[in-house]
Design a protein around this ligand. Structure first.
Ligand SMILES: *[C@@H]1O[C@H](CO)[C@@H](O)[C@H](O)[C@H]1NC(C)=O
Ligand SMILES: *[C@@H]1O[C@H](CO)[C@@H](O)[C@H](O)[C@H]1NC(C)=O
Ligand SMILES: *[C@@H]1O[C@H](CO)[C@@H](O)[C@H](O)[C@H]1NC(C)=O
Ligand SMILES: *[C@@H]1O[C@H](CO)[C@@H](O)[C@H](O)[C@H]1NC(C)=O
Ligand SMILES: *[C@@H]1O[C@H](CO)[C@@H](O)[C@H](O)[C@H]1NC(C)=O
Ligand SMILES: *[C@@H]1O[C@H](CO)[C@@H](O)[C@H](O)[C@H]1NC(C)=O
Ligand SMILES: *[C@@H]1O[C@H](CO)[C@@H](O)[C@H](O)[C@H]1NC(C)=O
Ligand SMILES: *[C@@H]1O[C@H](CO)[C@@H](O)[C@H](O)[C@H]1NC(C)=O
Ligand SMILES: *[C@@H]1O[C@H](CO)[C@@H](O)[C@H](O)[C@H]1NC(C)=O
Ligand SMILES: *[C@@H]1O[C@H](CO)[C@@H](O)[C@H](O)[C@H]1NC(C)=O
Ligand SMILES: *[C@@H]1O[C@H](CO)[C@@H](O)[C@H](O)[C@H]1NC(C)=O
Length: 438
């Protein structure tokens, strides 16, 4: 019953973000975001993109171009005003979210080769008397297909950049359009992956998700040249711009230059099940086992959470029925790693892990594979048919439900406490039923 859903999903996955009209409380939501483009004065202090005080979040390449879903940056600063110059590789009309301290996110469109002033004295929460104290600035790219390139950061006279400490814990999220936030109101920053990472509040997180991508390393949904089995090892994603910038010679992600993930969450396979890929259950299971093995080869101490695929809903008689995808195939994957916890035989060298197959694609009950680190996250029953929008992806509410359940799962399973205790996580979601008598 669910077989039609992945088909539709794959067919739609390559479309660029729709210019949809968002209604809230019956009114068209304003999207005329403030124009922040400026020319800055030479008296400002300019910092290059490789300044050690700038912490990049998610995957960025050596040219400071952002990749995958919801990448961003964070730094501390003193002084009063902040501007950022975006390089030529920035996509035009790219909607970014940014914020001052723990205030609500603000939105603006940026373009290639332009400078945008993002902190002024009228910025939300701005404190005119705090010039000599360190304040926090953060930025995130909202759309999974568009990137920014950081050319430089500018501070008004007297200001300086300050490096902020990173959180001790790191989370990695791997997926397709369902995790990249495709068709959600604010895309990447409305996805369950964002809601989970940002919602935990005290972790660094990175979302390697792209619409249409398969797990299996095949051309998927028409325009994804590789599956996650291959692409996850690359800095860049499977977008058109990645092909334009790098061709087929995409840079490897330097795992050794970044903290190991403590928890890896994977939600992949809906496109493998689609008719354009039509990967068999047995092949999907084998590929998934290889993928997990390779991830654990890179990060031997990681705990890995595997999503069941919620699939689609169909009307049956007078009710609705959920039809999940690859149910047994994914249970078999988890089963392959079950048993008492044992260490992995080797780890850390990602050039070996990338193609590892000898010990890592052949899990049997007597392989010294490393066990007990794969956990099944059963998504069945979290979403209902109306938590999926007309384009077969979760609504904003659906994303919030998934994020909330996963947060609780991680809290119960690993004892992690929630660290977001005030600042908003999902921007612009308060409009539902926000009026009395409405
Ligand atoms: C940043 O890049 C410049 C020029 O490429 C180089 O001279 C400088 O040493 C780099 N700074 C850091 C902190 O890496
Ligand atoms: C953008 O391209 C122009 C023309 O090629 C070049 O002069 C300029 O330095 C580039 N700027 C950036 C930020 O890459
Ligand atoms: C700003 O970004 C939004 C979201 O991607 C887009 O719909 C809108 O057209 C952009 N606006 C401009 C002026 O580029
Ligand atoms: C970038 O801006 C500079 C200065 O305005 C201009 O000379 C250059 O042609 C621009 N490059 C691109 C690629 O737009
Ligand atoms: C503004 O900053 C000053 C100096 O750090 C601080 O004493 C004051 O409490 C801040 N005001 C607000 C409203 O945060
Ligand atoms: C910031 O520090 C400088 C030098 O210490 C001082 O001259 C200035 O008055 C201070 N500004 C504020 C707003 O406290
Ligand atoms: C998918 O593959 C199966 C065999 O594994 C075949 O029976 C089925 O017809 C294929 N479906 C499509 C839509 O290609
Ligand atoms: C990783 O393994 C490759 C292939 O065996 C080897 O060439 C390389 O030197 C290793 N790198 C490190 C950092 O150990
Ligand atoms: C595979 O496992 C065997 C048995 O534990 C071990 O001797 C061998 O070195 C491993 N191979 C690699 C490439 O690590
Ligand atoms: C998997 O392991 C079995 C038993 O050790 C071995 O016979 C077989 O060749 C292995 N297959 C691969 C693809 O490594
Ligand atoms: C997943 O949850 C559904 C609904 O609660 C349940 O029917 C199913 O048995 C569960 N699957 C596994 C493998 O636990």
């Amino acid at each position: 019953m669910s077989s039609l859903i992945p088909l539709i999903l794959s067919l739609l996955a390559f479309l660029l973000p729709a210019d949809g009209t968002i209604l809230q409380n019956g009114q068209v939501r304003p999207t005329n975001y403030p124009d922040t483009a400026v020319s800055i004065n030479e008296a400002w202090t300019t910092y290059p993109p490789n300044s050690s005080q700038i912490s990049y979040k998610g995957r960025w390449d050596d040219m400071y171009i952002s990749w995958w879903s919801a990448p961003g940056l964070k730094f501390g600063f003193t002084g009063s005003e902040v501007a950022i110059s975006f390089g030529n590789y920035t996509d035009d009309g790219n909607l970014i979210a940014y914020r001052y301290g723990g205030e609500d996110w603000m939105l603006t469109n940026v373009t290639a080769n332009s400078t945008h002033q993002l902190v002024t004295s009228s910025t939300l929460g701005y404190n005119t008397t705090a010039a000599n104290t360190t304040r926090t600035f953060e930025l995130r790219v909202s759309n999974w297909a568009l990137g920014v390139q950081i050319d430089s950061v500018h501070l008004s006279p007297g200001g300086r950049l300050v490096q902020l400490p990173s959180y001790d814990r790191t989370v990695e999220i791997i997926g397709d359009s369902l995790s990249a936030g495709q068709y959600a109101t604010l895309e990447g920053i409305a996805s369950w992956a964002w809601g989970f990472g940002e919602g935990l509040g005290n972790v660094e997180f990175s979302i390697e998700a792209h619409p249409g991508i398969c797990l299996t390393d095949i051309i998927c949904s028409g325009n994804n040249p590789h599956g996650q089995l291959y692409q996850w090892f690359k800095t860049s994603d499977t977008s058109y711009r990645a092909t334009q910038i790098y061709g087929s010679n995409q840079p490897d992600w330097d795992f050794s230059a970044h903290p190991a993930a403590d928890i890896v969450v994977i939600n992949i396979g809906t496109n493998d099940a689609g008719s354009s890929a039509n990967v068999s259950d047995a092949e999907f299971t084998a590929n998934y086992i290889t993928f997990i093995s390779r991830i654990h080869c890179v990060w031997p101490d990681a705990q890995i959470v595997v999503f069941s695929l919620w699939g689609g809903w169909s009307q049956q008689g007078d009710t609705w029925v959920q039809g999940p995808t690859y149910v047994q195939a994914i249970e078999n994957v988890v089963q392959a790693f079950s048993g008492p916890s044992t260490p992995a035989p080797y780890g850390g060298n990602s050039s070996v892990c990338q193609t590892a197959s000898a010990n890592y694609s052949n899990v049997t009950s007597d392989t010294p594979q490393g066990r007990g680190f794969v956990h099944y996250f059963n998504t069945t029953g979290i979403l209902q048919h109306n938590d999926i929008g007309p384009l077969y992806h979760p609504t904003d509410v659906g994303h919030v439900k998934l994020a909330s359940h996963l947060m609780q799962f991680v809290k119960l399973k690993f004892g992690w406490m929630f660290g977001a205790i005030g600042p908003e996580v999902q921007h612009e979601t308060q409009y539902w039923n926000d009026w009395p008598n409405n």
